[in-house]
Design a protein around this ligand. Structure first.
Ligand code: ADP
Ligand code: MG
Length: 280
């Protein structure tokens, strides 16, 4: 049987992607030849340990970082910079501290709905505030909000722009486990309601398995590459309690953890070899 993803429309294409950073005449090659397709309406997690290139990949897709070779396209159009069809949610929220929740979202809405009337924009902003259940905080400033609430503003702001692809770089990393679980469920609800295509970067195996349809596991040898692609076999909507009790979930979690451990050890061995080679 063909994997379901093969019957879907390609949304994002990453082809022969190269990326390097350079300083003081030394170059650090991150990606040499990365290939990846994201399909419409799927929820993909990019899983990898720290330094495996997750943020770099997401920033290039967002158009916030230039590429050194290959190409990136969305709906067949080359990505050459930021665009409203790709919105990014950052771990540190990136809200403007002097603006209220409403005005932080309005800033993004004004940018993309320049043709709409003030009344239409107001309705659109309110709809998105309600979507993340922040009605009571509409006129509050970021400093008056908890971390979870700030991240909900970030999500509302990104979705108000109605992107084709939502990019999330460890959006829940700074939150306590309970707030984190609650927000995971809210993001899944948005995914069901809007059929939003999502790329979520995380180093948390359980988070990836609870949320994603497909997990791309990055590994680093000399450079970063895709070590494994996991098709997550659990039906949506997902019940975290039931999943945690299921043997299949536990087996997949343990397998994935072992895989990441082996990638981590491999990276450390390579780093040691590189350090030694500097002296001989
Ligand atoms: P991750 O998000 O998986 O932790 P990153 O994409 O942040 O990984 O980093 C991948 C590699 O690229 C690391 O070795 C990091 O040191 C390097 N790197 C990331 N950003 C920069 C930068 N702006 N300048 C130089 N090197 C960078
Ligand atoms: Mg990162």
């Amino acid at each position: 049987m063909e994997p379901i993803a093969n019957n879907r429309k390609n949304l994002l294409e990453v082809r022969n992607l190269q990326k390097q950073y350079g300083s003081n005449g030394k170059t650090n090659v991150i990606f040499e030849d990365l290939n990846l397709t994201i399909y419409e309406n799927e929820f993909v997690a990019i899983l990898g340990h720290s330094g495996s290139g997750k943020s770099t990949l997401l920033r290039m897709i967002a158009g916030l970082e230039h590429i050194d070779g290959g190409h990136l396209s969305i709906e067949g159009k080359d990505i050459t910079g930021p665009g409203k069809e790709r919105m990014m949610i950052f771990q540190n929220y990136a809200l403007l501290p002097w603006l209220s929740v409403y005005d932080n979202i309005k800033l993004a809405v004004d940018e993309v709905m320049s043709e709409a009337s003030e009344k239409e924009k107001k309705a659109h902003i309110k709809e998105h505030i309600a979507m993340v259940h922040l009605e009571d905080a509409t006129h509050k400033k970021p400093s008056e909000l908890s971390g979870g609430m700030k991240q909900r503003v970030g999500i509302a702001r990104a979705l108000a722009v109605q992107p084709l692809l939502l990019l999330m770089d460890e959006p829940l990393g700074a939150l306590d486990p309970f707030t984190r679980a609650k927000l995971q469920d809210q993001i899944l609800e948005l995914y069901y309601e809007r059929h939003q295509t999502i790329m979520l970067v995380t180093h948390d195996v359980e988070e990836a398995l609870l949320m994603a349809d497909r997990i791309i596991v990055l590994k680093v040898d000399e450079v970063a590459s895709i070590g494994k692609v996991i098709d997550v076999p659990f039906e949506h909507p997902r019940d975290r309690k039931k999943l945690r009790e299921s043997p299949q979930f536990n087996e997949l979690r343990n397998e994935t953890l072992s895989l990441m451990e082996s990638y981590f050890e491999q990276m450390q061995t390579n780093n040691k070899k590189m350090e030694v080679s500097q002296f001989i």
